[in-house]
Design a protein. Sequence first.
Length: 397
Amino acid sequence: MKHFVLFLGLLLVALSQPLAAQSPLSETSIYGYFQGVYLDSRPTMFVKNNTFAVQQLDLFFNTNLGSGFSSFISLELSNSYSSERQWGNFNLEEAWVRYSYSPLFNVKFGQLVPQFGNLNEIKNRTPLLPYIQRPMVFESSYNSILDFSAYYPALANLQIYGSVNLGDIKGDYALFVGNSDPKFIATNKLDNGATGWDTTQFKMFGGRVGARAFGAKAGVTATFDRFRGFFEQGGYGFIPVDTWVGNIPRRRLGVDLSYTGYGFFFESEAIFVQHDLTPEAKVFLNAISQPVTIPIGPGATMTMESPFGNSLDKSFMYANLGYDITERIFAYIGWSNTKDKYDKVFKDMVITTVGAGFRPVESVVLKAQYAKLDVGMVPFQGQYTHNVYYLAASVSF
C-alpha cells in the first residue's frame, strides 16, 4: 500500500506542476469518477449476504501537448481496493499518446481501450451510466470470480480512427491492433518474457464502422485473434490431466444500436464469439463433454452430466431502455442474455433489471437498481436464481 500511495503522490505532483520551460498547453487536467454501493444479494442457492463497497474509482490525467498531440492516463481501483488487506484490484487501464491531424484521421499509441461496440470505451464512466450493475460481461466487479475476457478486447495498443460528415449523417471508423488474449501475457518469471509482455508473435486485429444521425448511433465491429488452448486438470474430475490442444483461431462480431431523443435513451449490443477448432481441440472437447458414471456406494452408481460442452463458441446480448422523467430524475429497464456452449454452468444466463436515479447536483447521481439473474446450473440441474438489490452514489470530480 505504501508503494501505491508514493507512486500516486509522485504522479499527481509531476503531472499537476508543469516544468517552467513548458507552455500552458502542457498543463494536465486531473479528474475522475467513483461509485460507492450497497448491495443485498439473495441467491436461491448459497449464502445470502449484503455489503457496502467502493465499486470503482477511476482517475484520469489528460494533457494537451500541442501541435495535435495529447496524452491520457487512466488508473482504476475496484472493489474497495487495498493492497494491505488484499482487497480488490488496482490497474493501469490506459496510457497513450494521440496525434490528431483532422476529424478524419487520429492515431493513438500505447495502452488503450479500443472502439469495440457501444459500451467498451465508456464502461468505467459510472456517473454517465444509468445503472449500477453494468451489462454482465462488462461488469468489472466480478472479474475475480468470472472470466468474461473472451467476449471483447479490453485493451489494444495502436488505433487509427476518425469520422466524416456525409450530410446529416456522420460516418465513423476505427482500426486497431493489440497484444494477444490475456492468457498469453506473461505473469511470472517462468513465462517467456517479462511480466506483462506478450509471449507470442501473433496479435489481435480489429475494427469498427458506424454511423450517427438524428440521435441514433449504429455500428459493426469485428476482431481476429487466437484462444490459448490450454485446459487445466480439474473441472469436477472431467479433465483428468493438463491438456494442450493448440492455439485456436477466434473471431468476434459485434453489432450495436443506440438512440437518445425525446426524453428516451436506448442502447443495445450483440456479441458473437466463434472458434475454428483444431483437430486436437475437437477430440478433447468431445471427450470431456460426455456424461460419466461414478460410484456412490456399494453396488450403486450415478450418471453425472458433464459441465462442459463440445464447443467454445459463446454470445452476449443486452438492451436497456430509459426515460428522463425530469432533468434530474430518470428510470430504465434492461435485459441481457449470456450463452456459453463450453461452460454449461453458465450456459444460458438471463438478467432482467429495473432501476432509477436522481441527480441532486450536476456531479452526483444517486441510483437504485434491482436485478434478477436466472442461470443454468448443469450438472446441478435446473435453474439457479439470484436476486440483487443495489443502492449507489456515483460522483464525478
